[in-house]
Design a binder for this molecule. Sequence first.
Ligand code: ARG
Length: 452
Amino acid sequence: MKLWGGRFEGKTDPGFAEFNNSLRFDRRLFEVDVTASIAYCRALEAAGVLASEEAAEIHDALERILKSEQVNDSTAEDVHSFVEARLIELTGDLGRKLHTGRSRNDQVATDFRLWLRASIDELNNVVRDTQTSLLDFAEANREVVIPGYTHLQKAQPVLLAHWCLAYFEMLARDRERLAEVRRRVNIMPLGSAALAGTSFPIDREALASSLGFEGVSRNSLDAVSDRDFCVEFLSACSLIMVHLSRLAEDVILYATSEFGIFELGDAIATGSSLMPQKKNPDSMELVRGKAGRVFGDLLALLTTLKGLPLAYNKDMQEDKEAVFDAFDTVSASLRVSATVLRNISVNKERALVSAASGYMNATELADYLVRKGIPFREAHETVGKIVMRAIELKKELNQMELREFQKFSALIDGGVYEALSLERTLASKSQIGGTARDAVDAALARVRESIL
Ligand code: ARG
């Protein structure tokens, strides 16, 4: 059934009908479409457009559609046409009254906001589960020290738990962003009709609150043509993928035999069809790869919206696949990342050897000299020379003899070895946000509580 046949005499070209059809993907709006229609039917009743018995019958039919309906292979143009056609099948001419004062333009904007609101809540839970996996991983490996890197060159040792908390913080900001997007999503366009507003005395505020919306849109032209909320959602999704992709990259690197810090469990790795020895981190590679796909969704929608005249244009139907795809991709990537975290074993000894070598305590030596009264810049210079000498001697700093140190500075005494120890290196980073064991324990305890 077409919703707009009256003005037409000719038939729609089948190829174009197929091209125009959105039921294939907007069937995901089925439930929210029916729910919004039930609320709208009650609003029409309150406005005196539908008699009580009429509203009751429509309401009842919509409930039945909601309960029994699989969106079948109907030829309906979109989910809205599908539901309306079913309603008319069940209630006859009465069903034809439901669309009074409403357009698919405000209907689809309303449906999509309802769908996205629930989906943001679901996504928020999935992000939280991934955060929990990070905390579990951190707590199971509390004592583990790993090398920290800048420029992918060994920099300073950090606790593995500190590394986990870094990703935890990124995901915490992602959840904040989702909550902010949700606030702007939760505004009701219904009652804007096609573009100019509705001609029937619908109590929009009451309708909004019956659907759980926080408020009503303030301009009908804007309400039917605004897809900012989708762009914001895609942008928040893109940042989640940036974060997961960086996590993926770290895990992939640490699981190489060259780094040798992580080993991936069989559950989340794959083999090679040719090389029998291989164990590949496909799980994390796919997460890293799928980031590109979500950025694509964001760019696609931005490009679609740019240059659209007010108000609704059919271009906007393209919003759905971008948002659905991003939602599915981000949810799946989060879930797989959480599973990966539960299936990593850490090679503690190897991590320790790596964390205690490569001159990652050179900054400690400079700080030691600073505490002896030498300006940092000068200390930095001196330690640079000591490191050169140590490389020459093929020794770590703490393996060098005291007299060797003293050639560079008479201020260095036997206390230097304590200062250069791995534990001291860690313990000195004791301010908020640092990698000292106490600071990290406190951070873990704080965030554990915050995500309950
Ligand atoms: N399927 C359409 C969409 O997703 C619904 C709105 C159609 N409105 C219209 N005036 N053709 O955008």
